[in-house]
Design a protein around this ligand. Structure first.
Ligand SMILES: Nc1ncnc2c1ncn2[C@@H]1O[C@H](COP(=O)(O)OP(=O)(O)O)[C@@H](O)[C@H]1O
Ligand SMILES: [Mg+2]
Length: 264
């Protein structure tokens, strides 16, 4: 089935783990060059959603079209071809500890491209410069700070120049300046290369500054989806509580109910 209109088209996606529905039918269209962010309380299924998009989890129901191709039901080999065009910046996508920084960044290039060694070295240098880490090719991951490791992970995700990049908490644990640099990179790739991005983050202010549209995931559904301005003026009490980070409101009540339910 071909659906050419959006770079990412998610239709009625559901995911259930151990009999518990995490995603209950979510739909989303992302156009080329768009930055769409997903926000929501911890445990609401944001990472699960991204993992489904990356073909790392198999949905219970629904369709995920990436550049027109439904990835649900593809074989592992077919999914590997799809992943060539995806950059994954995942929270726990660790670097390979036994490989140097350069070897880590070169990994997807060796796997997915036929670039020569000289071209690979040039690409590694270029991506390190892009994330502000020139000249650290020969370091081992253990020698780097957490923030540097995160940026090397980003350089690795960008190495094969993917057209779609999925970010899971790309700035969590970073100091404000490093976080702003990552935000600027995400926007820069959209503006220069028309890269399409889906970002999961709990940094509301950053999300609202850099996103074209924002979706709020709650109770396994997108309860709101719109531009940052539309979300800010949303009258939905759950959205309002979340974006104003209020301790009291419907979200807190639901969270307590969920926690209680989970213990049973
Ligand atoms: N492999 C798993 N086994 C059991 N439960 C899981 C698994 N992965 C995720 N979950 C549950 O699914 C829910 C959503 O998790 P997750 O997508 O990581 O949320 P978020 O990224 O929004 O914090 C959580 O309640 C979590 O406990
Ligand atoms: Mg998560």
């Amino acid at each position: 089935m071909v659906k050419p209109q959006a770079v990412i088209q998610v239709e009625d996606l559901a995911y259930t783990v151990n009999g518990r529905p995490v995603l209950r039918g979510v739909s989303l269209s992302v156009q080329e060059g768009e930055i769409v962010s997903i926000m929501g309380p911890s445990g609401c299924g944001k990472t699960t959603f991204l993992k489904c998009l990356a073909g790392l989890l198999r949905p219970t129901r629904g369709h995920i079209y990436l550049e027109g191709r439904d990835i649900v039901g593809l074989s592992e080999e077919e999914l590997n071809q799809v992943r060539r065009h995806l950059g994954l910046v995942f929270q726990y996508a660790a670097l390979f500890d036994s490989l140097t920084v350069a070897e880590n960044i070169a990994f997807p290039l060796r796997r997915f491209t036929r670039l020569s060694e000289a071209e690979i070295a040039a690409r590694v240098r270029e991506k390190l410069a892009l994330v502000g880490l020139e000249g650290i090719e020969n370091y081992m991951p253990a020698e780097l700070s957490g923030g540097m490791r995160k940026r090397v992970g980003l350089a690795r995700a960008l190495a094969a120049e993917p057209r779609i990049i999925l970010y899971d908490e790309p700035t969590s644990g970073l100091d404000p300046i490093s976080a702003a640099n990552i935000d600027a990179l995400i926007v820069g790739m959209r503006d220069r290369l028309r890269v399409t991005s889906v970002i999961v983050s709990h940094h509301i202010q950053d999300i609202f500054r850099i996103s074209d549209r924002v979706a709020m995931l709650h109770g396994g559904k997108f309860i709101a989806l719109g531009t940052p301005a539309e979300m800010e003026t949303s009258t939905d009490p759950v959205v309002q509580q979340f974006i104003t980070a209020s301790a009291e409101g419907p979200l807190t009540d639901v969270e307590i109910n969920h926690a209680g339910h989970d213990r049973v």
